[in-house]
Structure formats: structure tokens, C-alpha cells
Design a protein around this ligand. Structure first.
Ligand SMILES: Cc1ncc(COP(=O)(O)O)c(C=O)c1O
Length: 477
């Protein structure tokens, strides 16, 4: 009798070849498929739900189910015409990196277990740190995504500035800060009176005078301001907060400056992004998600800090916390990096592999070229929209995002708002391109975020042709 769960060499080859074929097929045909398909709950149950099977099923049958019923019925964030939310265009090399990571299953929690993998993670972090302009004392950790990076940044800030939890502590965000930050604060035990969503100006940037006033008011009320969260590319409009001014204010006030660049900070690799985000290098911590504008498959986020010791301090396992079976590991802590002491997770995979493999395979210049396409396509969309006076640009192309409204002469605001919802639904049903809406200063607006490196100007134009047609139909219908 063979050991449980083992495949023969031939079976592994056959299954691997099938899986590889499916992924290559996806890469080759993605552009021709609908951008977004959603099953109803009943459809999903009837196609996919089974009781836990006692007996085996031929894996080829399961691959058929995946190919027919699972993979097509999703939002395809890696589709060249997926312009909603924050797209996640990938690259084949990184996909292979994920396979290799999983296949070798290296525990990347501490140096003893993963010296080479840890070194690769350190190297990748150094690349990103240097790109952001943080000093050599800086470091970081790869995490699941922006939510985890933002939450971890607050933990580091709180430990560094307050030495732990404090019911008087206050964090300042803007009214454009991503919801993950507020969620993270709540998880960390911050009450509503401990987090401020400071007003933004007419360009959706955090207002420094409003922030300064809020800090002064809180100090007068006996609260303890300790952290400001700035945006380097808001999800809504791509706005970049005034980073130098915020850094000056934080220096004066002794506050930690966290920059949420989950979406935008990757663009710092390009000269254009670097210029737009001047001041990023003065942050105490930065969130930068490679699974957004750095073309990595989910899940890959990154937290960078100005001083790597602040992470170790925040996420240390203390002597009396009884990590007895890690004693042999902890003896090495002084000279080595143990990633379990830089973040929440102990057991963690070799997350750096895919980013390292793809950056080395293509070279940074190729990534830069890919990022520049995002800037260019958002500008192309703005240009095409401006050709039709019925489209009103709400925020011009910024960091690969443009927002706009349907405002033909004579159409009231309420009707114009309703057209947005109807048009977005019609676009989704059409399947050619995914365009969704957001709320800006209390009113809905379309939002286009075309950051796939293979998106063409032709596709942008056709998307706007269809949007215009559906908006016209929605207005008269
Ligand atoms: C600016 C910003 N911060 C944080 C997040 C949360 O990141 P994740 O979804 O990877 O947890 C997002 C996601 O879109 C984002 O755009």
C-alpha cells in the first residue's frame, strides 16, 4: 500500500501539464473574455456544492469544473479592460513564482528555516525601500496586502510613539483614506473618538490647516495625537496628499507619518511617479502593494519603515510569552532577521519569490514601462471624454485614475446620478470593460483605473464609446 496523498511521477506530470495549459490558455484568451461574471448564490450552489467526498474523484474532472464553472465566474482584475477598483494585472513569471513557492513550501518565518528565502525578501525590501527613498536604516516585511500593511504600520507607530495601547491616542486620516485603515484602527481597539477623518481640499488632498487645527484641539482636550496617515494615490481619485508639508507638521508635532501608498507608491519606480510623490522619503512608514501597480498576483502587500528596529520592537515575542519551542531560533535573533518578529504571522510563505523572480527576469526598466502605460491610459481616457461635452471631468487623470460624470445640458443632478448606476450595470452586463462608480463629495461619479500594462488606446476609446451609448440609453430610457 502506498503512503497517503502521493502521486506518481507520471500523474504529477499529467496534472502539472493540464494546470500549466489552463493558465497559459487564460493568459492567451483573457482579453477575449468578459471582464466580470457573477453567479447567483443558487447557481453557485447547484454547480459547485457537494458534501465532503469520501471517495476520490478523477482530478481531470475537477480541472474541468474549474475551467468551466469556477475561473470564468469571477471579476477578472488581470483583464486589460478591467478598470474598476484597483486592478491587479499580473505577469506569467510571477505566476510561476507562486507555483514554485507553494511547491517548495518554505517556512519564511525565521532565518534558521529560510536563510536564502529571507535574504531574497531582504533584497526585495531593500529595492523597494531605496525606490521610496527611505534611508539604509529602513526595512520592512511582505504581507498579504494593504489592509495588513496599514494595520501593522499603526501597531509600529503606536509602540514607537506611545509604548503601547493608550485610550487617549489619536490617529489622523483624511476623508479619502481607504476604509482598510479605519477597519484596522477599530481592530486595534481605537474608538471613534480616537480617529479623525480630516477634510480634504477641492483636489481631494488632506488639508494641512484643518489637520493642524484638529491636532491643536485634541491636545487642548488632553488627547495624545501620535500618527498622521497620508495618501500617496487615493483609491478614489489618485490624489496625493501634500507629503512635504505633512512631514514638516509631523516633525514639529512629534507624530509618526504613515503614507498609504498601497495603490500608488509602486509608481515611485518611475521618474514621473517619484516627482509626484516628492516627500515620500520622509515617511516613517509606507504601505506599497505589489499586487496592485507592480503586477504581482494576489496576495502581496508590503510595509516599509524608516527604521527596521521599530518593526522588531512592535512585533517582538517577549521572553515571558512562552515561545519555548522557538528557543533555538531566538538564539540567532541578534545577528539574523526573523520575519516573525517583524509582523503578525509566525508561519508565512516565501512571499518574496514571485516579486524577486519577475523583477530580475524583466528588469526594473520593463516594470517602469508597464507603470507608465497606466499614467498614459488614464490621460487618454480623459482626452477622449473631453471630446464630448456631455461628459464632465470630475478629477483629471492622476496616478492612473480619472473620474467623470454624465452631465448633458438640462439634465438634473438627481437624474444624472441615477444614470451612473444604470450605466455601470449596463457596462457590467455588456462585459467588454468593467467600469464602476464611486462617491465624490456626496455625489456618484464614474471612475476609470486603467493600469494594465497591455491596455491599448483603442480599448480605452471603445470603452468610452460604449459608456456613452449606455449613458444615452439610460438617460432616455
Ligand atoms: C489606498 C489603499 N489602501 C489600502 C487598500 C487595501 O489593500 P488590500 O485590499 O490589499 O488589503 C487599498 C485597496 O484597494 C487601497 O487602494
Amino acid at each position: 500500500m502506498t503512503a497517503p496523498l502521493q502521486l506518481t511521477r507520471d500523474e504529477m506530470h499529467a496534472l502539472g501539464a493540464r494546470a500549466l495549459g489552463m493558465v497559459i490558455h487564460h493568459f492567451e484568451t483573457n482579453r477575449d473574455n468578459p471582464t466580470a461574471t457573477t453567479l447567483t448564490r443558487d447557481e453557485a450552489v447547484s454547480r459547485l456544492h457537494t458534501p465532503l467526498p469520501e471517495a476520490p474523484t478523477p482530478v481531470s474532472e475537477l480541472m474541468d469544473i474549474l475551467a468551466q464553472d469556477v475561473f470564468p465566474n469571477a471579476f477578472h482584475a488581470d483583464h486589460p479592460r478591467f478598470y474598476a477598483f484597483v486592478p491587479s494585472p499580473t505577469n506569467f513569471v510571477s505566476v510561476v513564482g507562486d507555483f514554485l513557492m507553494s511547491g517548495h513550501n518554505i517556512f519564511a518565518g525565521h532565518w534558521l528555516a529560510s536563510s536564502a528565502a529571507s535574504q531574497i525578501e531582504l533584497t526585495v525590501l531593500e529595492w523597494l525601500r531605496d525606490a521610496c527613498g527611505l534611508p539604509a536604516t529602513g526595512g520592512g516585511i511582505l504581507v498579504s496586502g494593504g489592509s495588513m500593511a496599514n494595520l501593522s504600520a499603526i501597531v509600529a507607530a503606536r509602540e514607537a510613539r506611545l509604548g503601547g495601547h493608550d485610550m487617549q491616542a489619536v490617529v489622523y486620516c483624511s476623508d479619502q483614506t481607504h476604509s482598510s485603515m479605519f477597519k484596522g484602527l477599530r481592530i486595534l481597539g481605537f474608538g471613534k473618538q480616537q480617529r479623525r477623518a480630516v477634510a480634504t481640499d477641492d483636489q481631494y488632498r488632506l488639508s494641512v490647516p484643518a489637520l493642524a487645527a484638529a491636532i491643536a484641539q485634541d491636545r487642548a482636550n488632553g488627547m495624545k495625537p501620535f500618527c498622521v496617515v497620508a495618501n500617496a494615490g487615493t483609491t478614489n481619485t489618485g490624489a496625493i496628499d501634500p507629503l512635504h508639508e505633512l512631514a514638516d507638521l509631523c516633525e514639529r508635532e512629534g507624530l509618526w507619518l504613515h503614507v498609504d501608498g498601497a495603490y500608488g507608491a509602486a509608481a515611485v519606480l518611475t521618474p514621473r511617479g517619484k516627482a509626484l510623490m516628492a516627500g515620500l522619503e520622509r515617511a516613517d512608514s509606507i504601505t506599497l502593494d505589489p499586487h496592485k501597480w507592480l503586477f504581482q498576483p494576489y496576495e502581496l502587500g508590503c510595509l516599509l519603515v524608516r527604521d527596521a528596529a521599530t518593526l522588531r520592537h512592535a512585533f517582538r515575542v517577549e521572553e515571558d510569552d512562552h515561545a519555548d519551542y522557538l528557543a533555538d531560533v531566538s538564539r540567532h535573533i541578534q545577528q539574523d532577521v526573523n520575519f516573525y518578529e517583524r509582523g503578525v504571522q509566525l508561519t508565512r510563505g516565501f512571499k518574496a519569490l514571485k516579486l524577486w523572480l519577475s523583477l530580475r527576469t524583466f528588469g526594473a526598466a520593463e516594470f517602469r514601462r508597464g507603470i507608465d502605460v497606466g499614467f498614459a491610459m488614464a490621460e487618454e481616457a480623459e482626452r477622449v471624454l473631453r471630446e464630448d461635452a456631455r461628459w464632465e471631468i470630475v478629477t483629471p487623470a492622476a496616478m492612473g485614475i480619472v473620474t467623470f460624470r454624465w452631465s448633458p445640458a438640462g439634465l438634473g443632478a438627481a437624474e444624472a446620478d441615477a444614470v451612473i448606476a444604470r450605466t455601470a450595470d449596463a457596462m457590467r452586463a455588456d462585459g467588454y470593460a468593467l467600469v464602476m462608480s464611486t462617491m465624490l463629495k456626496g455625489r456618484p461619479a464614474f471612475r476609470l483605473c486603467p493600469i494594465h500594462p497591455a491596455t491599448t488606446a483603442e480599448e480605452i476609446r471603445e470603452t468610452i464609446v460604449r459608456l456613452t451609448r449606455f449613458a444615452e440609453e439610460s438617460t432616455t430610457g
